[in-house]
Ligand binder design. Structure first.
Ligand SMILES: NC(=O)c1ccc[n+]([C@@H]2O[C@H](COP(=O)([O-])OP(=O)(O)OC[C@H]3O[C@@H](n4cnc5c(N)ncnc54)[C@H](OP(=O)(O)O)[C@@H]3O)[C@@H](O)[C@H]2O)c1
Length: 260
């Protein structure tokens, strides 16, 4: 869609949570495919974003250090779009975190911040960005296999990923006819900073026993799926089967296996 009559500008790809893990792999994938004139990298650690940009001097990068859990920083993002009036060809809403533990044991602030980042920020960034997209643009929102069935001991995380999956699927439906596609990506466990930050490493038998998804492969494949008009992407037969089972069986039963 065009922002109120103003001519569209340079082609931009935007990646949130680009300072590590999956977000970093999206940067390399987008850079390799020359999908934009400029890539905007968003996260809190500006030094990591800068180091990432330095790895690809051939690519024009804008470093946008933001803490997306803060309302005023989400407003700064919207303000930046207004100033630059870009043509957004790709948005990857990837920033997110999880935390292992029961709801009653974990700090209220951290759990609320998880909702702020995984749900509120993802929504806000999406809503602000869509106005600067036109036919052919892609939105990729990162969810998780935790959105297939409720996940005790990662209750809030799982609930935030239910939200992002439902949000993206419904958004995609609303966007029919505009030429803009929204894809939700549901990775299984990946060996990124996520596992340590969530306190998972070595503390969850479920996680220890699950196969791993490869972030590089997820990034590259999901970009193709989004371009082809797909709505949901899960990588690997194991996780595709889990998605099917979680849909087919009563959730009360599935939680005996999904609990972390
Ligand atoms: N790894 C897994 O097992 C797994 C499985 C399924 C889904 N996922 C999902 O995949 C996505 C990427 O995670 P990852 O595995 O790549 O983990 P990661 O390496 O920890 O990356 C998370 C990214 O989010 C950014 N971030 C965190 N808090 C932020 C904030 N307040 N404001 C702005 N950016 C923030 C981090 O950057 P800064 O710290 O610099 O801000 C980092 O770039 C997440 O949505 C996660 O839920 C991960």
């Amino acid at each position: 869609m065009k922002a109120s009559g103003i001519p569209l500008n340079k082609k931009i790809a935007i990646i949130t949570g680009a300072s590590s893990g999956l977000g970093k792999e999206y940067f390399f994938a987008v850079a390799d495919e020359s999908l934009a004139d400029e890539i905007w990298l968003i996260a809190r650690r500006a030094d990591k974003l800068k180091a990432l940009a330095d790895e690809r001097p051939d690519v024009k990068v804008k470093i946008v250090p933001l803490d997306l859990t803060k309302e005023e920083e989400l407003s700064r993002y919207a303000q930046l779009l207004e100033e630059e009036n870009p043509d957004i060809t790709l948005l990857v809403n990837n920033a997110g975190f999880g935390l292992l533990g029961k709801v009653v044991e974990l700090p209220e602030k951290t759990q609320a911040d998880m909702v702020r980042l995984n749900c509120v920020a993802a929504t806000s960034v999406c809503v602000s960005s869509i106005k600067y997209m036109k036919s052919g643009a892609r939105i990729i929102n990162i969810s998780s296999i935790a959105s297939f069935a409720a996940t005790p001991r990662m209750t809030v995380y799982s609930a935030t990923k239910f939200y992002i999956t439902a949000f993206t699927r419904s958004l995609r439906y609303e966007l029919k006819g505009t030429g803009i596609n929204a894809l939700v990506v549901c990775p299984g466990p990946m060996n990124t900073e996520f596992l340590d930050k969530a306190g998972i490493s070595g503390r969850s038998k479920t996680f220890d026993n699950l196969p791993r998804n490869n972030p590089k492969s997820i990034a590259r494949n999901s970009l193709k799926k989004a371009a082809s008009g797909r709505g949901v992407y899960t990588e690997g037969a194991f996780f595709k089967f889990y998605r099917f089972l979680a849909k087919a069986l009563p959730m009360e039963f599935v939680m005996n296996f999904s609990k972390t």
